[in-house]
Ligand binder design. Structure first.
Ligand code: C2E
Ligand code: CA
Ligand code: CA
Length: 386
């Protein structure tokens, strides 16, 4: 018998009504009788055999037993400790946690014929309710077309000519004004909302490309951010195919951006999608490179065409010679692996000159242009054609 198992003889009492309890049990063999007293009479209200669980209410609510338990014959049980369960409960969705506690409290009230005020569940309740409200608001925003596509230019570093744009989402909130993605994308990423938003961005990005294509011979690319959840979303590839076809855009104009850490976390699901996109001619960019693992040894095995060096790399350029050498080495490595390099967050002339000197291919940052609606992107393209 190990320390998780418990052996009871026939008629042995495990616990009585009102006892303190901190674990639940699974019946391995034998039979457990659940006992409840009414009007001074003890009655068997349930007989539980192998595979059944009992004593679970003590794990979620107050730790007192609402009934007794006795072995009807020689019985073996497995213990589920409070710590074991609370670890799992804490990592669950707050709404599920709230419902579980509410359910437990209601069952107790029914069993005991009295009601009690909510206590321990209050924190989860407000967390859960706030999240539901925020998710519903975002769902409505999508339906009411409050989400906006903003575009930020990406230029050839050699001469500053436009090369493409990054699609960056905004929320035009009726009260809060223009909300940046950092304030709603993380919430969306916890549910299928991000999948719906992702499909919307794909459609909008291709529609914007079609408009940009009307300007003339330059065919800019569009960098579209993908979230982890989208990597195993079967709707993504058909949505890309359909949007490209509907708007008459070449797959070569679409660059999917995925962060290094998200790709590595979802590598099994992500590879088939990214490989299928590349087979069609789309390209893949490794976003925020330099903020995650930046393990260089696996780079050549990833289906990636572009390394996108994070702003933190660019900032190192200003501060020290060692930083400059690291950036130089990463750019050389990318080129060795037939990848091109986009540097993010360029704000000064000095940064641009330094990166140009190090051979980076493309630049993106406030220096060239902030994220803005399609009209500004069109102006940006037009100016370069003059
Ligand atoms: P990101 O993909 O790393 O996007 C670059 C962010 O850097 C953008 O912030 C951009 O406005 C900002 N930025 C650009 N140039 C400069 C600069 O010179 N200096 C500084 N300090 N910042 C610069 P934004 O638009 O707020 O987006 C934040 C993040 O939200 C993005 O980071 C991306 O992770 C996420 N996001 C935005 N749009 C989408 C989307 O459509 N789908 C998904 N899944 N995520 C998105
Ligand atoms: Ca990005
Ligand atoms: Ca980035």
């Amino acid at each position: 018998m190990d320390r998780f198992k418990l052996q009871l003889a026939a008629s042995e009492i495990l616990f009585e009504h009102g006892d303190e309890g901190s674990c639940a049990y699974i019946v391995e063999s034998g039979v457990i009788e659940i006992l409840r007293s009414t009007d001074g009479l003890e009655r068997v209200v349930a007989r539980l055999g192998p595979g059944e669980i009992f004593g679970e209410m003590a794990l979620f609510g107050e730790h007192t037993r609402s009934a007794g338990a006795r072995a009807a014959e020689a019985t073996v049980l497995t213990r589920l400790t409070h710590d074991y369960i609370s670890e799992r409960v804490q990592s669950a969705d707050p709404m599920l946690r709230h419902m579980l506690r509410t359910l437990t409290r209601r069952s107790r009230e029914l069993l005991e014929g009295r009601s009690r005020p909510a206590t321990a569940e209050d924190a989860d309740r407000s967390l859960a309710i706030n999240r539901v409200r925020a998710e519903q608001e975002l769902t409505l925003a999508l339906e009411r077309e409050e989400l906006l596509l903003y575009l930020q230019p990406i230029v050839h570093l050699a001469d500053g000519a436009p090369a493409g744009f990054e699609a960056l989402i905004r929320w035009q909130h009726p009260q809060r004004g223009l909300v940046p993605p950092g304030q709603f994308i993380p919430l969306a990423e916890e549910s299928v909302l991000i999948n719906r938003i992702g499909l919307w961005i794909i459609e909008q990005s291709c529609a914007a490309l079609a408009v940009l294509n009307t300007l003339g011979p330059v065919r800019p690319f569009m960098s579209v951010n993908l979230s982890g959840r989208q990597l195993n979303d079967p709707a993504v590839l058909p949505a890309l195919d359909a949007a490209l076809a509907r708007h008459g855009v070449a797959p070569q104009q679409v660059k999917l951006e995925i962060t290094e850490s998200l790709l590595l976390q979802n590598i099994d699901e992500g590879l088939p999608l990214l490989c299928a996109c590349r087979e069609r001619g789309m390209r893949v960019s490794l976003d925020d490179f330099g903020t995650g693992y930046s393990s260089l040894s696996y780079l050549h095995r990833l289906p990636v065409d572009t390394l996108k060096l994070d702003r933190s790399f660019v900032l190192q350029l200003d501060s020290n010679e060692a930083g400059r050498r690291i950036v130089a080495a990463v750019i050389r490595l990318a080129h060795e692996l037939d990848m091109d390099v986009i540097t993010e967050g360029l704000e000064t002339k000095e940064q641009i000159q330094a990166l140009r000197g190090l051979g980076a291919d493309y630049g993106q940052g406030y220096y060239f242009g902030r994220p803005a609606p399609l009209a500004a992107a069109l102006d940006f393209m037009r100016k370069s054609l003059l």
